[in-house]
Design a protein around this ligand. Structure first.
Ligand SMILES: *Cc1c(COP(=O)(O)O)cnc(C)c1O
Ligand code: SF4
Length: 403
């Protein structure tokens, strides 16, 4: 944390990864453990390495073998240190070690579940919505998530975009004045060197119509030591930069993760979270609520709760649509509104995101609408008499706002 600022309330003294570290990586020095490049170099990437540190179940062993040609395995020592070695349904374990079900492709599952390749005018750009684009900067991650729905990209050859592809992506944005929001993703953009990241942020900052940048990253969750002061200062120079991270379970909200997120926020970089709802991993209102509360305590805003995409090999993690709605219903009203994420379904084939929520309307009349509240009680909301909602001053404001 930035040394001049106090930590938020309730910061545990002892990093959560310490016990696991002592068992799995007893030879690692403190300096190595604090060095994100050491974690990258020592990531566990195959069955032999994995079996040395975790007693695998037969399903996991077969899973690693049967998925080896489909999607890579890669787990940072830090993330591995959070695994419960005695329980195969540990959420850290389920997100990082494949099981046999992942090798099975079910009817309806797609290689490109969100139809992104249809709206990909450049290698680096997915342009699906009117005013924002996704910029795919690289195909490398600190941990390869078993639920990754962009595995057609992340299964690749550990490549970064060439300078030419990067230049063409930036040029596309420069030529499209309607683009005001750029989401940099991949792969994980925080695995770029700071020089490389700056080569992307600086030209985007110079494009007048780009109002904001978001960076999608799992680094605060899987490789928190990568969030150095120097990275946070770099992001701050190109404000507004929002970091969108990906915690799925409160077990991931460790003191190390807290330090990474708070470092970003202390440098003026807001952090939002996109979780994925996964069957038997976090598909329970109690868990999502604990996750939201844990995130708010470290100043991270819950943003989306994603219904699992219909990606190949992910069916075993998919929840029925009704489950997510039920979870939201158990949160809304019962806890802070800030702790209630939007439940998003990204429509298969490229339709884009829609949101689902519980239906609180019981009866819709012309003058009155009858609602049930979070406790199930009925309340009536009356319509106003006047219905004209036009805003005449807006013509004046639009003329003057820059004056
Ligand atoms: C999710 C997504 C976005 C961003 O959507 P928001 O609802 O603005 O967060 C942009 N482009 C693509 C292709 C996406 O999948
Ligand atoms: S960090 Fe993101 S892109 Fe990388 S494997 Fe996980 S879900 Fe996929």
């Amino acid at each position: 944390m930035s040394s001049s600022l106090p930590p938020s309330k309730g910061t545990p003294a002892r990093p959560a990864s310490q016990a696991g570290r002592a068992v799995l990586f007893p030879e690692a020095t403190d300096a190595q453990w604090a060095d994100w490049r050491w974690h990258q170099r020592n990531a566990v990437r195959n069955l032999a390495q994995l079996e040395k540190v975790i007693p695998l179940t037969p399903d996991e062993r077969a899973g690693v073998q049967e998925t080896s040609s489909l999607f890579r395995v890669g787990i940072s020592p830090y993330y591995l240190s959070l695994i419960d070695r005695d329980h195969p349904l540990c959420p850290i374990r389920m997100q990082s070690i494949p099981v046999r079900a992942e090798a099975r492709v079910r009817p309806g599952e797609l290689e490109d579940p969100l139809g992104e390749d249809k709206t990909r005018p450049e290698e680096a750009i997915v342009h699906k919505y009117p005013d924002r684009v996704l910029f795919l900067a690289l195909d490398t991650c600190s941990v390869y998530c078993r639920h990754c729905t962009r595995r057609r990209i992340t299964k690749g050859g550990e490549a970064e975009l060439s300078k030419e592809q990067m230049r063409r992506g930036i040029e596309y944005i420069r030529q499209h004045p309607e683009v005001r929001d750029v989401l940099i993703s991949g792969g994980d953009p925080f695995l770029l060197t700071e020089e490389r990241l700056e080569e992307l942020l600086a030209p985007l900052y110079d494009i007048p119509h780009v109002e904001m940048v978001r960076i999608g990253t799992r680094v605060p969750v899987c490789l928190p030591m990568r969030v150095t002061d120097s990275l946070a200062r770099l992001l701050r120079r190109y404000a507004p930069v929002y970091v969108v991270t990906h915690f799925n379970h409160p077990k991931e909200v460790t003191p190390e993760a807290r330090e990474a997120c708070e470092r970003l926020v202390d440098h003026g970089v807001p952090v939002e979270n996109q979780a994925v709802l996964m069957r038997r991993l976090n598909s329970d209102a109690r868990i999502i609520q604990e996750l939201s509360h844990a995130l708010l305590r470290i100043r991270v805003r819950p943003y989306y709760l994603h219904q699992m995409d219909v990606a190949q090999g992910c069916e075993h993690l998919r929840t029925p649509l009704a489950k997510g709605v039920e979870i939201l219903q158990q949160l809304r009203g019962h806890t802070s509104g800030l702790a209630v994420p939007h439940l998003a379904v990204d429509l298969p084939g490229g339709g884009g995101k829609v949101t689902l929520q519980p239906d609180y309307v019981v009866e819709r009349g012309t003058h009155d609408t009858v609602f049930r509240n979070y406790k199930g009680e009925r309340y009536v909301y009356p319509e106003p008499e006047e219905l004209d909602c036009s805003c005449p001053y807006d013509a004046v404001w639009r003329e003057r706002r820059w004056g």
